[in-house]
Ligand binder design. Structure first.
Ligand code: UDP
Length: 385
């Protein structure tokens, strides 16, 4: 029997992590696959979809009215309700912890539609950090029938919260699949590397390169300012280092970043990059400094040290395996760790050779197989009754 799977996403990181699942589902003749975008991150989302050559079947098109978080959730709920009513999915997939994830969770719960949660079980147990993501993912956990945990640690969080063991599956993180797919594409299509080399010709082969991103709500204000000041001092003190910073579109990021960093000659502030360019820049960099969640997972997938500009991480595996180091927003700590990594000594070697805790790059296949098997079983049970 053909099963109808609906994949919903709205932001750049969700799209990157759901894309491998969508591609695998589209290849499966026993699945009908519908792709829904809420358009929560309009421009940045399109860049990802282009990289994976995915086109949504429906775009809820929320961006026109530029809504706030409650606006996104409210509008998405109403539009998803109608979409699910019209299309009657057998299973809906949502990822992670965004406003889109929260809306999908509420909608599926109220309509009694089975929900599969990808990247389930991440926790800081602090509702303020990351805000509002910690709340969103807990709600997704309550609403889901299948929880796809990236690691054993994530599964243990859900066991402690009372989820039944047979709804929990440790499958790795689909971001490793995304990195694998993009690396394969880059090695097949030489023009991608050539275009990158042209666009990034300001990076000379002798340059040390740091890739930097900062965008999270918890970093806004004083923390963002401290991080920028630390970066500015590093750049001025080390003129042979180039710091490349694709700046998030959020005005709370752009304003302090431009004020503090725009006139420093070896800091390159760029617009957000498409996923192909971002991956190539990642590979060209010596190491990464970031407060991003997804980038913490990509770093061990690409054997790059990651300096985490946050006080806590819901991905403790990155720190435990040695791939990442938490520095928060203290100027001294940021500078101390960065300077040590720039010397390429034992810390650099240890971090860049850490084991990847997020799987083998084939999580999507495992997720789809599990879902198909479980749905078949529940259909069999229903027909016997
Ligand atoms: N990313 C990208 N272009 C950029 C910056 C980031 O494609 O200019 C990708 C990055 O590789 C990662 C994802 O966006 O997979 C992370 O998204 P973000 O940092 O916005 O969100 P988070 O992961 O913190 O939720």
């Amino acid at each position: 029997m053909i099963q109808k799977f609906v994949f919903v996403f709205g932001t750049r990181p969700e799209a990157i992590k759901i894309a491998p699942l969508v591609l695998a589902a589209k290849d499966d003749p026993n699945l009908e696959c519908l792709i829904v975008s809420t358009g929560q991150h309009r421009e940045m989302l399109d860049q990802v979809l282009d990289a994976f050559a995915i086109k949504p079947d429906i775009d809820l098109d929320l961006i026109n009215s530029r809504p706030n978080l409650n606006g996104i959730i409210g509008q998405s709920l109403l539009k998803l309700d109608k979409f699910f009513e019209d299309h009657k999915p057998d299973l809906v997939f949502a990822h992670g912890d965004t406003a889109t994830t929260l809306a999908v969770s509420l909608c599926c719960f109220n309509k009694k539609i089975p929900l599969a949660h990808i990247e389930a079980g991440l926790r800081t147990y602090d509702l303020e950090s990351p805000f509002p993501e910690e709340f969103n993912r807990r709600v997704a956990g309550l609403a889901s029938k299948y929880h796809f945990c990236p690691t054993q640690l994530a599964k243990e969080n859900l066991v402690r919260e009372g989820c039944s063991e047979n709804s929990l599956f440790v499958v790795g993180n689909t971001i490793v699949d995304a990195v694998r797919i993009i690396e394969e594409k880059i090695s097949k299509e030489k023009s991608i590397q050539n275009k990158f080399d042209e666009k990034f010709s300001f990076l000379k082969s002798s340059d040390k390169v740091i890739l930097l991103t900062v965008h999270r709500r918890e970093s806004f204000g004083e923390k963002m300012k401290n991080i920028c000041l630390a970066i500015k001092e590093i750049a001025i003190e080390q003129p042979n280092v180039k710091i490349v910073f694709p700046v998030h579109l959020n005005p709370n990021v752009r304003s302090p970043v431009n004020d503090i960093l725009k006139d420093v000659i070896n800091i390159h502030l760029l617009e957000p990059l498409g996923y192909l360019d971002f991956m190539l820049l990642f590979k060209r960099s010596d190491f990464i400094m970031t407060d991003s969640g997804g980038i913490q997972e990509e770093a061990p997938s690409l054997s790059k040290p990651v300096v985490i500009l946050r006080e806590v991480s819901e991905r403790p595996e990155v720190i435990q395996t040695g791939a990442g180091i938490l520095v928060g927003s203290s100027k001294n700590k940021i500078k101390q760790v960065t300077n040590e990594l720039l010397q390429r000594g034992p810390l650099f070697d240890k971090m860049s050779s850490a084991k990847n805790p997020f799987g083998d790059g084939y999580s999507s296949k495992k997720i789809l197989e599990i879902c198909k098997k479980h749905l078949d079983k529940s259909n069999e049970k229903r027909s016997e009754q």
